[in-house]
Design a protein around this ligand. Structure first.
Ligand SMILES: [Zn+2]
Length: 200
């Protein structure tokens, strides 16, 4: 399980696909949406079925009206309840796991904000070169890792939240829940696996 990435499950692992995904991801990270036309210029018409595969896998979100990609691989330019700032660019993410996992994988300075789903407490995470300190070292916090399959943004992200404590997780999900409760250090390590195709 430790080598499993939810971003690779059932998705084409060809070099071409990875290049397309990297282009989209790094554009979004600088706050720029990605035009489908530009991708066709860069990669040819065969990029269209690749984009469709990413959308079907819940790994990219299209703005159909403008033919642009406005979110991918956990990063969103559309507002969500999780915020992540990297390199001075203010972004949103699809889940709380992203605000820990992405900086950890990319080894960047970052600030992330989310809220405990149970009590609403604001949880702020800061990293330097992908290493978290402060709140992240609070051994009480737990990240929920859902047992999910299928499209990531629809099936995984809505539950991949961070709680003040195991007690707050159980208040929200019940005593018996389908998934794992992980310390922040474990979320960071899973981030390194999850976003590995974006690391050199
Ligand atoms: Zn709480």
């Amino acid at each position: 399980m430790t080598d499993f990435s939810i971003l690779e499950d059932g998705i084409d692992q060809s070099r071409e696909m990875i290049e397309v995904r990297r282009t989209i991801f790094f554009s979004l990270l600088t706050g720029r949406e990605v035009s489908i036309d530009d991708l066709v210029v860069d990669f040819g018409e065969e990029v269209i079925p690749r984009i469709e595969e990413l959308v079907d896998g819940g790994l990219a979100i299209l703005d159909e009206e403008h033919a642009t990609i406005v979110g991918a691989e956990g990063v969103s330019l559309e507002e969500t309840s999780h915020r992540l700032s990297i390199g001075g660019t203010d972004l949103y993410t699809w889940c709380a796991f992203d605000i820990v996992g992405i900086p950890s994988a990319l080894k960047v300075d970052a600030h992330g904000v989310t809220n405990c789903p149970t009590c609403g407490r604001e949880l702020r995470f800061s990293s330097q070169a992908g290493v978290f300190d402060g709140l992240a070292s609070d051994g009480e916090l737990v990240g929920f890792w859902p047992n999910s399959q299928g499209p990531v943004v629809e099936n995984f992200c809505p539950s991949a939240l961070i709680y003040c404590s195991i007690e707050h997780l159980k208040i929200h999900k019940g005593e018996i829940f389908e998934g794992s409760a992980l310390p922040i250090d474990d979320l960071a390590r899973r981030g390194e696996v999850t976003w590995r195709i974006f690391c050199n």
